[in-house]
Design a protein around this ligand. Structure first.
Ligand code: SAM
Length: 267
């Protein structure tokens, strides 16, 4: 299942550079690479875990789950340990895939843009990874008969401001919540719920920023970690910018059910 084609090379390098110890010093020892949920805690490690736990009510205990864009495996590990899930992870980074396998996770180095599911899943989870997919409709259609539900947790762009929108480094333009819902419906999914948890996520930026500051200018920060540093510094540069970000850049959690899914258990 390993991918060694040419098209992966650049993205693979982009996501794989930087010493793992640098990543740990910025995003925390568990390597959750997403925003936290600080609703009930001020502790960043707890808030990061809470983001994953928020999905437990939508994901049947012990079910089969594809973690699409699994990063360093922190969400997959929690879902397996705490929620009994049988998790398969996919990441475009060979370093991340190897790291996940060393944690005992079933993880594959693969480009989701070319992923053809061979087995079926109760849930496909995109935790801050769907925004990186360029051919979103094609991927959703390929998954449609292979999964019961999709959970998309994605950095989005405000519907009222859709004409001016940012582009992720090496990825596609950021979608608005309405576009994401329309896309899911168009590809045969019924949207069950959608919510914006940007306000509860904001302290994550301060956490990353403080950690980058602690590392100082001498630390050799490249690629994806450099993008994170620039993004964090830019947004936290002033209270006004942070407020603008909160209003214009929702962080949406969408749960959608496939209309083709038969409700049977997966293999
Ligand atoms: C922001 S990280 C989120 C990681 C993980 N979901 C987490 O929350 O810790 C985005 C992830 O998406 C993966 N990714 C981006 N584009 C991808 C693609 N085309 N195919 C597979 N994985 C991809 C990256 O390798 C990275 O692991």
């Amino acid at each position: 299942m390993e991918y060694d084609g040419n098209t992966l090379t650049d993205l693979n390098a982009f996501y794989s550079k930087n010493d793992i110890s640098l990543w740990k010093q910025v995003i925390g020892d568990d390597l959750h690479y997403h925003f936290g949920d600080f609703s009930d805690t001020v502790n960043p490690a707890e808030a990061l875990r809470q983001t994953v736990r928020n999905f437990y009510s939508a994901i049947p205990f012990g079910s089969n789950l594809l973690d699409a864009g699994c990063g360093w495996g922190a969400p997959a590990g929690l879902l397996a340990r705490e929620h009994g899930c049988n998790v398969t992870g996919i990441t475009i980074s060979s370093t991340q895939a190897e790291y996940c396998r060393n944690l005992g996770l079933n993880a594959h180095h693969m480009n989701l843009e070319e992923f053809e599911p061979e087995s079926t899943f109760d849930t496909v989870l995109f935790l801050e990874s769907f925004e990186h997919i360029v051919e979103k409709a094609q991927l959703l259609k390929r998954l449609q008969s292979r999964c019961r539900q999709i959970i998309v947790s994605s950095n989005a762009w405000g519907d009222g401001n859709a004409i001016y929108r940012p582009t992720f480094g090496l990825s596609s333009a950021v979608s608005t919540p309405l576009e994401l819902c329309a896309l899911l419906r168009h590809c045969g999914y019924e949207v069950q719920s959608i919510r914006d948890r940007r306000p509860q996520s904001l302290p994550t930026l301060r956490y990353w920023k403080d950690n980058f500051d602690r590392l100082g200018e001498k630390a050799r920060i490249d690629s994806q970690l450099r993008v994170l540093k620039d993004y964090t510094n830019w947004i936290t540069a002033s209270p006004a910018r942070l407020q603008e970000f909160e209003q214009n850049a929702p962080l949406v959690d969408i749960v959608a059910r496939s209309s083709l899914a038969d409700g049977g258990s997966s293999t």
